[in-house]
Design a protein around this ligand. Structure first.
Ligand code: FPP
Length: 245
């Protein structure tokens, strides 16, 4: 649990990122390397999700956004999609009470309506059960794609203009931000990607404009709390200039 006296050698607890976003990649390769079915990789990956949520809460991170299922992931084999949905449901059911106790507020970003009904139901239950929590905000990106999020925001803004409630010249960055799924979440200061790929994969394109990016070769199922702490230390050593000198 978050403890005000938590001390981690070499980590400045007063200079932590407020928001960490994670592209959890490499479950399939982890399984392949062990001659296992890809689903085994996702199962082990779910354990890493639990560990990372717990660790971020303990360390005192305020917002954690995990890319759990992209809009492109719907094109994976049916059996793999079904297995991911089952894991997701299991995660929601098994972690709900812990989220309640640990003051974690749960939310989802993405096209929730495309998810199976039973998963949607568990999402709603988890959101309801954690709605008055404020210790850490856990956001799962599910059926999420950043470009489609921006398209959706653009349509909403266009409708406001059409209805005469907004002048085109009054459209600002703040107005676009306010129409994204993440409207009430600060932009991530740190984006972590596992498994070594140097890509953004349609994740939070608008929101990561000034994020620090940390890519590790570690496959998601092998990612550890120690590595998370190492990345945080490395982040604290960076010089964030936001385009200034
Ligand atoms: C990438 O591995 C990971 C995903 C497609 C989704 C992440 C899912 C989990 C961590 C498990 C379930 C999630 C929760 C929240 C319980 P990949 O299959 O793309 O790996 P590869 O690139 O090596 O094939």
């Amino acid at each position: 649990m978050k403890s005000d006296s938590l001390h981690i050698d070499g980590l400045d607890m007063t200079a932590l990122p407020l928001h960490i976003a994670v592209i959890m990649d490499g479950n399939g390769r982890w399984a392949q390397k062990k001659f296992l079915n890809r689903v085994k990789g996702h199962e082990k990956g779910s354990d890493t999700v639990r560990m990372v949520v717990r660790s971020c809460r303990e360390i005192g991170i305020s917002y954690l956004t995990l890319y759990a299922f992209s809009t492109e992931n719907w094109q994976r084999p049916k059996a793999e999609v079904a297995a991911l949905m089952i894991l997701l449901k299991k995660f929601l059911v098994s972690e709900r009470q812990e989220m309640v106790v640990n003051n974690i507020r749960f939310n989802v970003i993405g096209e929730q309506e495309r998810l199976p009904e039973d998963v949607q139901k568990e999402i709603q239950r988890t959101k309801d059960a954690t709605k008055s929590n404020n210790g850490m905000h856990l956001n799962l990106a599910l059926s999420y794609g950043s470009r489609s999020e921006i398209v959706l925001a653009t349509k909403q803004i266009a409708k406001e203009v059409q209805a005469g409630r907004l002048l085109p010249d009054a459209i600002t960055e703040e107005i676009i931000t306010a129409h994204l799924y993440t409207s009430d979440i600060p932009d991530p200061e740190l984006l972590i990607r596992t498994s070594g790929e140097m890509r953004i994969s349609n994740f939070l394109l608008w929101q990561i404009a000034y994020s620090e990016i940390a890519v590790t070769d570690t496959l998601w199922p092998d990612f550890t709390r120690n590595e998370l702490i190492q990345i945080l230390k490395e982040y604290q050593g960076r010089d964030r200039r936001f385009g200034r000198v």
